[in-house]
Every structure is written in C-alpha cells, then in structure tokens.
Design a protein around this ligand. Structure first.
Ligand code: ADP
Length: 516
C-alpha cells in the first residue's frame, strides 16, 4: 500500500472514537469517524477504506448487519469488532460472519495498534492474492485467445501446415494438410508423423519409409526423412528444405517447404512444414513444354524443306536449266510463306493469351463484321466460284466484344469454309437468338470431316491429313485461335460436319437483353 491506510471508526461512544483516532493518527493512518452504523455505511459507500473498527452494539444499523453491508461493497475490507466483555459471544458470531477479529473493551492503544497492523497486513495479502488471481485469469484468457487466434489463422490457410516437435511428432496441423496428405487419426495428436499418413506409396513405392507415400521425388526420401535431416542437422544454416512431393492418390504435386523452428536463444524446438498444391502449375508447365516441342516440330518441317530446295539449287543439279531452278526456288518460297503464316498464327495465339485481360469490349453488331469479312474474302471465293448467302435479320442483338477479335474469328471460319469447299460450292451465314446467346452459323457445302476428327478439331496444329486436304495449305492453328477468341468472350463454338456433306461451325456469344 503506497498511500497511508484509510481507517474508519464506527462507534456511538465519542470517547472510543476519539481515543482510536488519536492512537491511530499517531501511527500515520488516515482516520475517519462515524457515530452510528448508517453514517458509517454512507462513508464506506463514498470512500475506499482498508480497515473498519466497529462497535457491535449501536443504535440503528447494528454491527452484525453492518458487516454484511460493508462486505457487499468491498469484500476485502478488514473489519475489527469492538465489543464489551458482555457481548463476547456476539463478537465470535461477528467473526464467523466475516469480521477479521475483535477487540474487547477497554483496550490499550498498543493492543489496538498491533491488531490494526495485523489487519492491514492481512488486507494487503488479500489484495495481492486478488491481483494475482485476476492477472492469472487475464493471462489465461489472453493465452486462450492467442491460441485460438493462431489455430484460426493456420486453419484458414490454403497451404497445408504441419508442425512437428523434436521427436518428429505431429503437434499442430491444419485442414489443408489433412486434405492434401489424407492424414487420418488427427484426433489423437502427438504421435509420429508416420502414424497419420494414409496415402499409399508413390513413385513406384520405394521401400517402407517412416512416412510411406509422402516421398520427396529427388532422392526418393520421405517427408519423415527430410524432417530427420532438418532436426538432426548441426548446421544452423540448414534452416529450410524445399522439395517437390508427388502423391499417387489423390494425384497431387506438392511443394513442401520445411523450416526448423528455434527459440530466441537458438535452441531447436522442431520443424514447420508448409505444403503448397502445385498440381495446376505443374500441369501448365507440362502443357507449355508440350506446346514448345510441338511448335519446334512444326517449324522444323518447312525449314527443312526450304533448306532442301535451296541445297538442290546450290548443288547445281539443275545445270543451266533456269526453269527448273525457278521451280525449286518457287517451292522454297511457298514453304517460307507457310512458315510465315505459322509464325503469324503463333504470334496471334500469344497475343490472345497475353491480351485476355485487356480486351477492348464494346457493343458490337457482329453482322456488320461478317459482311465486311465476306466482302474481303470474296475474291478468294470467286476463284472457286463459291457463292455467299447471308441471312441475318436487322433486329439481331449486339454483343459485347472486341472488334478485332471478331474480325479474326470470322475471317478464320469463313476462309476455312472457302478453303475446304468444293468448286461452285456455297457458304451460308445464318444467325439464331435464344434467351442468352446469339448464334452465328457458318455453313459450307465442302469436303466435310469424318466424325473421328471432330473431337480434335480445335487442338493446336491439328489438320485432317487426307488426299483432299493435302493440297490445301494451312497451319492447323486457325481453329485454335477461333476457340480462344470465343472462350475469352464467354461464348462457345461447335462444329457439325459429315464427309462430302459440308460443315457448319456455330459460334454462340452471350448478349444482354435490352430492358425497356
Ligand atoms: P488450317 O490452317 O489447317 O485450316 P484450322 O485450325 O483452321 O487450320 O483447321 C484445322 C483443320 O480442320 C483443317 O486442317 C481442316 O482439316 C479442318 N477444317 C477446318 N475447317 C473446315 C471446314 N470448313 N471443312 C472441312 N474441314 C475443315
């Protein structure tokens, strides 16, 4: 207690009151007086006292009542009952009801001083105990809050988290880790990691590891072995291991990053492993590398042909025959031309992929674009005496689209309808409108396609290879581009075709109904 203790003397005898005040003030206590229970109670309500000296026999509120009322206000106030010998039994009763002690009248100032001192020490102890209690409760609360916060945060993470102690026992994990590694039995924490891993072996099932099924691909080590490495390493530099894990069931590729956990003094406590699902990334990587090898393959053929024709010319095999030389150079040029077309299409695909997020969407009347495209391609069609029929109503809804993309899309479809058509054939362009989509149908009377080719028609570099198409040049990327454009406009593209019966390519683009 830093302030001087506050004492209240409640007694209807002025002599006792004043006597107590004198004796206690001398001892540097702050003393207030009250002549009866009611006044005393009021004072307790207004001010915080450490100790009350209280006569039991008072008019009005009696001492026993007052004890209860005072303790209702502050349970830790020390109450010392002053009593005559005649009421010693009541004094005992008072202590039973919560009074700290009693002081029989008459008493010497020294006795009073000793009792008050002891009472105040008791009060100090009680307050200290109360403080500690409160602090402990508060800490427990904070700890519980901290713990549940930590659990909530870890639980919400999309990455899997596994925390293991020095004995490689699992002490903390999250739902994502349970899902990725198919952990089971996590309701029983504190077992070795291997206890929870359910997945069967991977990579052809290399030997029984402590954590079978969760192998690191590189040297085929298991998750548990990596844990062992990180926990047994004397090298504090080995703080992190990053490895890829391939699981068979479910088929997943995970990136595991394992880091040692140390306290502020550097003592090793365990390890935390973060698992990231990189299955999709790996797939994209695979598709990319397949695409690159396909591109290399496609570029190789025309380049080799060009080199071949040039070699023949340079070898002098044509002698003085200029027409022969010219014919060979013409072939080289043709192949160079198709190589250029291929490179242009590849650049186009690249542009579509890169520009997906930057499409210039505007309200477009696709019918206008179709008419313009037909006009542009008419000279090519005329060479085969192909006729066009465009049946598009004036009331066709507009769609949100990128004009340049629409031009590329219909140029590809209509030029195919000409390219793969027969002489004197026809191309018809019709539209349909349903609740959500405008359909554009490019119909030709050409060579058509066999049903087995249709599922691959939109694949990169796919071309139907037969007698009738062998003379038609192309890259096999036109429909890939068309599909990518349609996809980026949230539409879909379909094909119906039968050999010698012609083909119909249908593009469906979403439109917004006008509200009146
Ligand atoms: P290409 O540059 O070869 O025309 P596309 O991707 O546009 O590439 O078309 C892929 C293949 O689909 C073509 O090689 C052709 O075999 C077939 N095809 C496309 N359009 C038609 C069509 N209208 N009629 C018949 N076959 C078609």
């Amino acid at each position: 207690m830093n302030r001087s203790p506050e004492i209240l003397v409640v007694d209807d005898e002025p002599g006792i009151r004043e006597g107590c005040k004198r004796a206690l003030t001398r001892l540097n206590y702050a003393v207030d007086l009250a002549e009866d229970g009611a006044v005393g109670l009021r004072k307790v309500q207004q001010k915080q006292y450490d100790l009350i000296l209280m006569d039991l026999m008072m008019p009005g509120i009696g001492g026993l009542d007052l004890i209860k009322k005072v303790h209702d206000i502050d349970a830790e106030i020390i109450i010392v009952v002053i009593t005559g010998y005649a009421t010693i039994e009541t004094a005992v009763e008072a202590t039973k009801r919560g009074a700290y002690d009693y002081l029989p009248k008459p008493f010497a100032p020294e006795t009073l001083a000793v009792l008050v001192k002891r009472g105040l020490e008791k009060r100090e102890l009680r307050l200290e105990a109360q403080r500690l209690h409160h602090e402990r409760d508060q800490r427990l609360l904070e700890l519980a809050g901290e713990k549940s916060r930590l659990r909530t945060i870890i639980g919400c993470m999309a990455d899997g988290v596994l925390v293991t102690n020095l004995e490689r026992q699992l002490v903390l994990w999250n739902a994502a880790a349970v899902k990725m590694l198919r952990l089971s039995g996590t309701d029983e924490p504190g077992r070795p990691l291997s206890h929870y891993v359910k997945a069967p072996s991977i990579d052809g099932g290399r030997g029984p590891g402590l954590c079978p099924g969760v192998h690191f691909r590189r040297e085929g080590s298991s998750l548990d072995e990596a844990l062992q490495n990180i926990l047994s390493s004397k090298d504090p530099g080995l703080a992190m291991i990053s490895q890829e894990i391939r699981l068979e069931d479910p088929e997943l590729v995970l990136m595991a990053q394992m880091a040692s956990v140390r306290d502020e003094r550097g003592t090793l406590l365990g390890a935390v492993t973060v698992l990231r699902d990189i299955t999709k990334l790996k797939e994209i990587e695979k598709i990319k590398s397949q695409f690159v090898s396909m591109v290399a393959h496609e570029l190789r053929a025309p380049l080799a042909a060009i080199e071949g024709w040039l070699d023949v010319v340079l070898s002098g095999a044509a002698g003085e025959d200029e027409r022969k030389k010219e014919a060979w150079l013409e072939r080289a040029k043709e192949r160079a031309h198709s190589l250029l077309a291929l490179v242009s299409d590849l650049l186009e695909i690249n542009k579509i992929e890169a520009g997906k997020v930057a499409l210039k969407m505007e309200s477009v009347q696709v019918a206008d674009i179709i008419r313009k495209t037909v006009d542009f391609l008419k000279p090519v069609a005329d060479r085969k005496s192909i006729t066009f029929t465009i049946e598009i109503p004036d009331t066709l809804p507009t769609v949100q689209a990128d004009v340049q993309d629409m031009e590329k899309l219909f140029t590809n479809l209509i030029s195919n309808a000409i390219k793969y058509n027969v002489d004197k054939g026809s191309v018809t362009i019709e539209t349909t409108v349903d609740a959500h989509y405008v359909g554009f149908h490019v119909k030709d009377t050409g060579i058509g396609m066999a049903p087995e080719h249709l599922p691959r028609i939109f694949d990169d570099f796919f071309r139907v290879e037969d007698k009738r198409t062998s003379k038609i040049s192309g890259t096999g990327l036109g429909l890939t581009i068309a599909k990518k454009i349609v996809d980026s406009h949230f539409g879909h593209i379909e094909v119906k075709s039968r050999p010698d019966q012609g083909s119909t390519f249908s593009v469906y683009l979403p439109y917004q109904k006008r509200t009146k």
